[in-house]
Design a protein around this ligand. Structure first.
Ligand code: SF4
Length: 303
């Protein structure tokens, strides 16, 4: 089994390890503000599925606070690296949803910094209209721009159950236009969503593998049920089986085997906040989880 991990790919490209700086753009999400839905995807916490952003969350304060956010985020990774180049990672909420002029100015300012090597934006496929793609294409001429689409599942029935509020056809349309514009697209999948068995989860991976061109990257994670979410209430009322760490490791290896060689693996597990975690409780021991998963991948790579 041949797996390309993003850490290795970046080391080859830049000659050093490149760390992500978790930043906030001040955007909200159409699935939370009432435009498409209220309350968001049922697994999504108040932090908009990105609790580690180092900055403010109001649009007004972002422009003036970008430098402070970057300084704070750098301080958080300083123990791990002496490198001077980073990925500006706008993860939480929907980072292409908002006033286009404000977003263009923010991202232009970010990408022009010497310490930023890559701009990475988490978003929804229904928030990448042609105007947004034109902006991203302009930025992509300066430095690489990664667009991270939270598909989570390829199955529309599961998508409805988790209140994702868009069908797979919307993803396909956005994916096609982003790839046609030459952008790097990373797709997120969540394993362990309610109602999905192994065949369904691997079906989502097979779906990604069937896309032409294949995704540039994938982020895989196991569902983490977080306090305060709608999913937590659903789980308390009618719990479903939660995978053990060995079961997840086994599933992960099966999923990785299905990916095309062009698709780089950006994540193999989730990074939700420990203080909000309900299940799987073993996810809280991130070091043990990563060691177990890396060992399972290494063993499978020898096959
Ligand atoms: S699209 Fe993202 S930010 Fe919006 S509700 Fe879903 S997970 Fe949360």
């Amino acid at each position: 089994m041949q797996i390309r991990l993003i850490s290795d790919v970046l080391k080859d490209q830049y000659g050093e390890k490149i760390y992500r700086l978790a930043l906030a753009s001040g955007c909200t999400c159409p699935n939370r503000d009432g435009t498409l839905g209220v309350g968001g995807c049922t697994f999504c916490s108040e932090g908009g599925s990105g609790e580690f952003a180092a900055g403010p969350t109001t649009a007004q304060s972002i422009a003036v606070d970008l430098d402070a956010q970057i300084a704070k985020a750098k301080a958080l990774v300083r123990a791990k690296t002496h490198g001077e180049r980073f990925i500006a990672y706008f993860q939480s909420y929907t980072n292409t949803y908002g006033d286009p002029d404000r977003l263009r100015a923010l991202y232009l300012r970010t990408i022009m910094r010497d310490d930023i090597a890559i701009l990475s934006l988490g978003t929804r496929p229904d928030c990448v209209g042609d105007d947004v793609i034109a902006m991203l294409t302009e930025l992509n001429r300066i430095k690489p721009v990664w667009i991270e689409l939270g598909l989570q599942t390829a199955h529309d029935d599961t998508a409805e159950r988790i209140n994702r509020c868009y069908p797979r056809s919307t993803f396909e349309d956005a994916y096609r236009r982003l790839k046609a514009a030459g952008l790097t697209v990373i797709v997120h999948l969540i394993f362990g969503l309610p109602g999905e068995d192994e065949a369904a989860m691997l079906g989502s991976v097979r779906y990604l593998a069937s896309l032409n061109p294949p995704p540039d990257g994938v982020k895989l994670q196991l569902l983490q049920i977080l306090r305060g979410t709608r999913m937590a209430a659903e789980f308390a009322e009618d719990p479903w089986p939660v995978m053990s760490l060995p079961e997840y490791a086994d599933l992960l290896v099966k999923a990785l085997r299905l990916l095309p060689p062009e698709t780089v693996v950006h994540r193999i597990t989730g990074d939700g906040p420990k203080k909000l975690l309900i299940e799987p409780a073993w996810c809280a021991d991130k070091k043990r989880v990563l060691n177990t998963l890396r060992k399972a991948i290494a063993e499978a790579s020898d096959d």
